[in-house]
Design a protein. Sequence first.
Length: 247
Amino acid sequence: MDRNPTNPKDRIIVALDVDLAEQAERLVRNLLPYVGGFKIGLQLMTAMGAPQAVGLVRSLDGRVFLDGKFNDIPNTMAGAARAASGLGVWMFDVHASSGLYAMRAAVEHKGASLVLAVTVLTSMDDLEVARVFGCQAENAVKRLAKLAADAKCDGIVCSPRDLEALKDDDRFAGLLKVTPGVRPTWAQNNDQQRVMTPGEAIEAGADYLVIGRPITKPSAHEGRIPSLAARMIAEEIQAALAKRGRR
């Protein structure tokens, strides 16, 4: 996979957070020319099954980020990684909190897929991060990102607001940064807490942006047309990449 895609649209991963195969198929068909891939998460996996959901997207020539957030003992993680890779997914994720050995087991059995390590969920505000991790989000992300790097994961999933803490540390330079919690100025935050706009996230160092409702359920501002919302975001990414390149 290109770690530095030149086409801005290829940096957009659309979250297919829907219940029905028909809904997912309609979104993929409509958005395939305008985005780089599609995230299949727990909602669609539970509704129709992971192999079926992945098969649907791949049959339409879409790349799949399987967002199963695996978190288990090393033996189970190895088996889950083999199964995910066997489906032909572009990338899948594991929880960094599963630990070094569990992540290593996933990496060793990833096949041709990429492994991302989830750090701190973007829905968690500072108080919730402190409750769960006993520290600030920045410290938790750095600790978990180091584990992911030590396990030889291909990248991490983190809030765009956490990218600044990773920017100047060489240990994280080789990790892909995949960021949910991205909301254009014209979209609602919904249940996301630590958010940035697409342009801000790219400027901060994000490689790929996972975006759901602002594209799949756009507001009247974008004429309620998903493809138009995706094109607007790609234009914002292009401007941010140009700005990043001038630094």
